[in-house]
Design a protein around this ligand. Structure first.
Ligand code: FAD
Length: 771
């Protein structure tokens, strides 16, 4: 006991006396820290420094301030944005026939192109001063999402000019002259932009593009000017086949030092009219049979003047930073909007189909096996909408939260993949036969595109969410890295010294906090609300503490190696992501006015998030290389085992009930889904059949009652039963007519398209080199 006391006093003294502490403790720790530092490339450093830390930082601290979460403004459309939704967007939706667009024309009809350009669909992010719409992120997201439930091709076409590309880059970095020149024509659709970064040799590793620009003298507009000689070869570029202005990323070299001392300036972005001499727009690609424009562009020794660099010559070599700073806006709006559209469409249509389609004498939606899948669609759809709204809300707060948007991009597209598979399983053959009646097929085909673009998913999960997230969101690590990189070693040591003390305090707090919360299962944690959701806040606080502790221990034990151990670090990223998803759901529930009927969806989403957190931790502990440390950590965090379970069956059944009957809950939770006005449209047909079958229930009950009483024969085909029921005066003539109409709709809704012999064979499309 006495020894312990002396030790505590000695440590306190050392920590209290700055010089002793600095020399005895900080200096050796600093030396080790520098050795185990994850090696950072310039591009990684820039990516890490770009953007903002937001709610992700709270989740990483181990003690999220839930009041802060609730105080973020509720994202809402302005009156002007709502009017655009009600008018221009609805008109556009009625102009779209996705089967014709994708399977017949393989392009949007001319009148659709004209309409979207004229009505400012390409100008949602451009300020009004330049003729743009200047819409909020939530409006941009809601518009793209609603269009995507009708036509993915139209949604991608509209989304791209409003995402990372010439418009966004010009607004942030363009010179006044560039803005004045380009923004008005981009806003009114005279110019159509594309942005070319990817090439055959550089996809995910975009920092490694081989495309070059060399600073030199050349001729432009009949004069000798300082400029750049460009060589590029790009592929997969959306809108390239129809673009009039090409945003091009290349590496800039200045061998003759015409701009300054540096010969390798780095990635640079320029805007080039596609009509400029030497610019080649190549062939179209055919991405998953979709009809949006996507293709190649290349150029050999193309000369452009220096002031075509976005931002002018001052921005030579600053392209990578510009791209990563702007990436999160697009990544947090566009892909989440597409994923949510999939959720709204699948939830609404699958709920209806589960009721309309009958097998073994009952609606398939009544079978528990089908309900398990339908509940997953409903639960994920709720999480998707919550994340879409919260993430767009952050962008509307003028933030550029890079980790949060990477979480949204990865998890939302993966959720949409899961729920689309469920929708396909439930629709079975009805979803597989392509044709005008199939409202799911194109959405399903488009999912791998969402998974691949704006940071392919494996990379996003493994490298970005935790790899960058841990360093960025951790309250001290980024500052410690900066201290280590300080060229003034003494100054660096000073900075590190003050950080180290705080970091040690943080780590000790997390260790004891995690143990206490593990032992008490977090029941003494505070929650900002009472009622059914309070328990979730407590568990999330507990898991946030566990994440802070595990992340610290991993960084300490593995250092730079952690970056290479992607399987390990990604699991911690999954914990952070699920904490974000769960926070978004809780906030959405509060912002929606705590609707009681939403509770099954909230329970499902939260239970699923906690289960995924438990699963991620389980994998992390099982694979952590130091087994002793792994066991100690697991015991601290889960002394009685990981108790989180998948959502329970009762909650699943409640979700299915809500999705299987017409009403305000279903309408609200699938509000983005386009429903055709009548049965001549695929979604309109399914909805009409669904409603007709519900409305016919009282009549069907009369028939069943008569059958039970022996007044009507059983097991006859429905049409015959209706006829007999009318003859037996069980139902009136008008009621019989209603039932016959219902049956016609039902049969039409379960029907699929077919093609005359020879038609499909004639649809062959050959690639250029096979032609
Ligand atoms: C339809 C479509 C539209 C597109 N539009 C544009 C556009 O307009 N402009 C533009 O510039 N680009 C565009 N792209 C390109 C898109 O951004 C790239 O496809 C994407 O960056 C991935 O590159 P890649 O396909 O070459 O895959 P690769 O880079 O070859 O990656 C293959 C796999 O390896 C994984 N991977 C790579 N590195 C790592 C790592 N370090 N850790 C873990 N996993 C890793 C990836 O996640 C992926 O799963 C588009 C692509 C498509 C398909």
């Amino acid at each position: 006991m006495l020894v312990l006391l002396i030790l505590v006093v000695a440590v306190a003294l050392i920590l209290g006396v700055t010089d002793i502490r600095r020399n005895l403790i900080t200096k050796p720790v600093f030396t080790v820290f520098k050795k185990i530092l994850p090696p950072l490339s310039d591009t990684e450093r820039e990516a890490m420094e770009a953007g903002d830390v937001w709610w992700d930082g709270e989740l990483f601290k181990g003690k999220p301030d839930w009041q802060k979460l609730h105080s973020f403004p509720k994202p809402e459309l302005s009156a002007e944005e709502q009017a655009f939704m009600d008018n221009q967007v609805e008109t556009l939706l009625q102009m779209l026939d996705d089967y014709q667009i994708v399977q017949e024309q393989r392009d949007l009809p001319k009148e659709v192109w004209d309409f979207v350009k004229r009505e400012g669909f390409f100008a949602m992010i451009i300020p009004k001063a330049y003729g743009g719409r200047e819409f909020s992120a939530i409006a941009n997201s809601t518009i793209v999402s609603r269009i995507a439930t009708r036509s993915l091709t139209a949604a991608v076409t509209v989304m791209v000019p409003n995402s990372l590309g010439p418009g966004e880059l010009l607004m942030h970095y363009g010179t006044q002259a560039q803005k004045d020149f380009w923004l008005p024509s981009l806003a009114n659709g005279t110019d159509v932009p594309c942005f070319a970064l990817t090439g055959p040799e550089a996809g995910s590793d975009a920092g490694g593009i081989p495309d070059t620009g060399v600073v030199c003298q050349g001729e432009h507009d009949g004069k000798q000017v300082l400029g750049i000689r460009l060589n590029w070869d790009k592929r997969y570029i959306t809108l390239a086949p129809v673009a009039t202005v090409l945003g091009l990323a290349f590496k800039l070299y200045d061998p003759e030092k015409l701009l300054g001392d540096k010969q390798e300036l780095g990635i640079t972005c320029a805007l080039i009219p596609t009509s400029h001499k030497g610019v080649q727009i190549g062939d179209r690609h055919f991405p998953m049979n979709m009809a949006f424009m996507n293709g190649t562009t290349y150029g050999k020794d193309v000369f452009i003047p220096l002031d075509w660099i976005i931002g002018g010559p001052d921005y030579a070599g600053r392209g990578w930073r510009m791209l990563v700073e702007c990436l999160s806006a697009g990544r947090g709006i566009s892909l989440p909007a597409l994923a949510t559209a999939t959720g709204h469409l699948a939830a609404r249509m699958t709920g209806a189909y589960g009721y309309v389609r009958q097998q073994f004498g009952m609606s398939i939606g009544k079978f528990e096996g089908v309900q398990e899948s339908l509940a997953r669609i409903g639960g994920l759809n709720y999480s998707l909408e919550a994340m879409r709204v919260m993430t767009a809300g952050a962008i509307d707060m003028n933030l550029s939260p890079s980790v949060v948007t990477a979480i949204a991009k990865y998890h939302m597209t993966e959720m949409s993949r899961t729920l689309m598979n469920d929708a396909f399983d439930i629709h079975a053959g009805r979803a597989i036969q392509v044709g005008p009646k199939n409202y799911l097929a194109h959405g399903y085909m488009g999912i791998p595109i969402s998974i691949t673009v704006e940071g392919a998913n494996i990379l996003t999960r493994n490298l970005m969410i935790f790899g960058q997230g841990a360093t960025r969101c951790h309250p001290y690590v980024l500052a410690e890295l900066e201290a280590a990189a300080n060229p003034d070693a003494e100054q660096g040591l000073k900075q590190f010294d003050s950080l180290l003390l705080k970091h040690v305090g943080f780590a000790i707090g997390n260790t004891f906090g995690a143990l206490w919360q593990g032992l008490t299962a977090g029941v003494f944690n505070s929650a900002p609300v009472s009622g059914e959701t309070a328990k979730y806040y407590k568990q999330l606080t507990r898991m946030s503490r566990a994440l802070a502790l595990s992340a610290d221990v991993s960084m300490l034990m593995l250092g730079g190696e952690l970056k290479r151990r992607e399987m390990l670090s990604a699991r911690l990223g999954d914990v952070l992501s699920q904490l974000y998803i769960a926070s978004a759901v809780l906030k959405f529930y509060e912002d929606s006015g705590r609707q009681q009927c939403d509770l099954p969806f909230v329970h499902y989403s939260l239970q699923r998030a906690l289960f995924e957190i438990g699963r991620a931790f389980d994998g992390f502990f099982a694979n952590f290389p130091n087994r002793v440390v792994a066991r100690v950590l697991k015991t601290l965090v889960f002394p009685f085992g990981i108790g989180y379970k998948l959502p329970n069956d009762e909650v699943a059944i409640q979700i299915c009930e809500a999705l299987s009957k017409p009403g305000v809950v279903r309408d609200r939770l699938t509000h983005l889904c386009y429903i055709g006005a009548d049965e001549n449209d695929a979604t309109g047909l399914m909805e009409s059949a669904f409603v007709a079958m519900h409305n016919a229930q009282p009549l069907m009950k009369k028939i069943y009652q008569a059958q039970r009483e022996g007044k009507l024969a059983r097991k006859l085909p429905l049409l015959q039963t209706i006829e007999l029921a009318q003859e037996a005066e069980v139902i009136t003539a008008a009621e019989a007519e209603q039932l016959i109409k219902m049956n016609t709709l039902r049969f039409s809704a379960i029907s699929v398209d077919s093609f005359a012999a020879g038609t499909l064979e004639a649809m062959a499309v050959k690639p250029t080199d096979a032609a």
